[in-house]
Design a protein around this ligand. Structure first.
Ligand code: ATP
Ligand code: MG
Length: 548
């Protein structure tokens, strides 16, 4: 696995060398309001791998200070996803566990004349805030006495006011060039039950106030976040200083990860689930970690993808193909390579004895002999891919089966197609062929060269199988569709189901088993799979394969 190397690592090394910190402590702070997606993987891997590089520690801290959309389901999902990725947090912590301590720090700021209770409404506050070019205006409630503020804040906590009626704000500078410093809100009233605190609180701290304090309480040394918090750092430092925090954490920002054709915002992912455009957060088309897992991506492929894409202070967009490439690199030598036919066409070998099934040796992975061999069935009736047959060989490049043309059925015999049967619409539904017994694979036959090698599945032992193939959930942005709502840019072909057959060795497959289906792609067993009907999700194609 690649080693993590980026600008934050250099900062950490310098901080250790200069003695600013004794050890590295990071945290991954998701809000438990959705499942994690591949963008979060950048934050997770960065935090954990950097701490690991210095024998430091990483906590998982749920940033659960906004009860509106938070839920235990997401807490459990996030813990599970992290474990699947292979990371064990030093501690699992909850921002809400610090509500009392955070409240005390708010009291300290009020006492120091650095916070006040404001009666302005949300709209008035944003009007008073000013713009990038114009300073803001002081709230008429800004000069309340310390006593009055303490009294009102206590009443806020006691539930005396309705939502929006009062807000606790930091008293900084309404003319500050950085708008985040213009008396930012510290606490708002929300009469909402919290998933861990129940109805204990009806005031909840804002992210900008709560986050630095949480980092400090936990001894976090390097608080890493994405770039949009760049101009909040000044406020982060202000709260740490004015709250007289003993431990001083520092914030560092990195660029967000975007992936082509991939929607990554939680808001959109939730909308897709709510509108039932996907089967759930773990739909294999979703960029969630649970979706990618079900699709067949491995923890190593995700980790190597994140490390290979690097880290800088710019948001980056990476081609989704790169993740596929990491998956292939990871599984190429590790997976079994069974035979499966996703669009079956039956071939009857007329000169093969009726009622006979023979078993032939076949390597489990032609590139890795360590995976051993298995026996595959062969008989008078086999399935091949529809695309591997054409009536008339069109040109020299056609290296598959055609009438009068001989091919090798991989690990079995040479066959020659002799005639076809068609349905009323003229589609070929059956191919008749003959085989040459002297061409048995492994028999040392060194005669004529066949017109290609194609795979097959023996018909009487084949297991009916559903293959789920995917395309991106969204169609590419173009000039015409760029203004459309994202729901209207959904790709109608994002899921296609093919009913075919898999060889009998797959009958005991279990969810999340990985395979490379010969000449097709990487697949993983879906949770919907049963022994009577297997279901596989296609993770990605084979780079070098022809398009089916
Ligand atoms: P979204 O924008 O999708 O709603 P978020 O940033 O609000 O995500 P959090 O739960 O707050 O979600 O994220 C936890 C951490 O993951 C944060 O530090 C955030 O910066 C980081 N993160 C989220 N998405 C990405 C991304 N695409 N690239 C890098 N880091 C990300
Ligand atoms: Mg966030």
């Amino acid at each position: 696995m690649a080693e993590i190397n980026n600008f934050i690592k250099t900062i950490m090394q310098n901080d250790l060398d200069s003695g600013r910190v004794k050890e590295i402590i990071t945290r991954f702070p998701p809000e438990p309001n959705a499942y994690l997606h591949i963008g979060h993987a950048r934050a997770i891997i960065t935090n954990f791998e950097l701490a690991k590089a210095f024998n430091g520690k990483t906590n998982l801290r749920f940033d659960d200070t906004n009860p509106a959309k938070e839920d235990q389901e997401f807490v459990d999902g996030i813990i599970n996803d992290l474990a699947w990725l292979g990371y064990k947090p030093d501690k699992i912590l909850y921002g809400s566990d610090y509500f009392e301590k955070t409240y005390e720090k708010a009291i300290l700021l009020i006492k120091k004349g650095l916070a006040y209770v404001d009666d302005l409404s949300q709209e008035e506050m944003s009007k008073y805030r000013g713009t990038l070019t114009e300073p803001g205006i002081n709230s008429p409630y800004r000069n309340r006495t310390v006593e009055e503020n303490l009294e009102l804040f206590a009443q806020m906590r006691a539930g005396k006011f309705a939502e929006g009626e009062k807000t606790l704000r930091a008293k900084i500078d309404m003319a500050h060039p950085n708008i985040n410093m213009r008396d930012p809100a510290m606490y708002r009233i929300l009469h909402i039950k919290h998933h861990r605190q129940g109805n204990k609180w009806c005031i909840y701290p804002m992210y900008d106030f709560a986050h630095p304090l949480q980092d400090s309480f936990e001894g976090v040394t390097h608080s890493l976040c994405s770039l949009e918090y760049d101009n909040h750092r000044i406020l982060y430092d202000w709260f740490i200083e004015k709250c007289e925090m003993e431990h001083v954490p520092h914030q560092y920002e990195f660029g967000r990860l975007n992936i082509t054709n991939t929607i990554m915002s939680k808001r959109y992912l939730r909308a897709l689930v709510d509108a039932k455009k996907v089967s759930g957060y773990d739909d294999p088309r979703m960029p969630t970690l649970c979706g990618l897992r079900r699709r067949g991506f491995t923890p190593d492929s995700i980790r190597n993808f994140i490390l290979a894409t690097g880290l800088s202070r710019v948001n980056s967009t990476v081609d989704s193909e790169q993740l596929d490439e990491e998956l292939r690199n990871d599984l190429k030598l590790k997976t079994l390579r069974p035979n499966a036919v996703i669009n079956p066409l039956k071939v009857i070998i007329d000169n093969y004895p009726s009622g006979q099934v023979e078993y032939l040796s076949c390597p489990n992975n032609a590139e890795n002999p360590e995976l051993g061999e298995r026996k595959i069935a062969f008989s008078k009736e086999v399935y091949i891919e529809k695309d591997d047959f054409i009536e008339q060989k069109p040109n020299k490049k056609w290296k598959r089966l055609a009438l009068g043309v001989e091919v090798r059925l991989m690990h079995a015999y040479f066959i020659t197609a002799t005639s076809v049967e068609k349905d009323a619409n003229g589609n070929v539904i059956l191919v008749h062929a003959t085989y040459d017994p002297s061409t048995k694979s492994g028999s040392g036959f060194d005669g004529r060269k066949p017109n290609g090698n194609i795979h097959f599945v023996e018909a009487t032992t084949a297991i009916p199988t559903e293959f789920r193939l995917f395309e991106p959930l969204m169609v590419d942005e173009t000039e015409e569709n760029k203004d459309l709502d994202f729901m209207q840019r959904l790709n109608p072909n994002s899921l296609s189901i093919h009913n075919g057959y898999a060889e009998e060795s797959l009958k005991n497959t279990k969810p999340l088993d990985h395979y490379q289906f010969i000449r097709n792609g990487y697949y993983t067993t879906d949770i919907d799979s049963t022994s009577d009907k297997l279901v596989f999700n296609r993770t990605c194609g084979l780079k070098s394969s022809f398009k089916l």
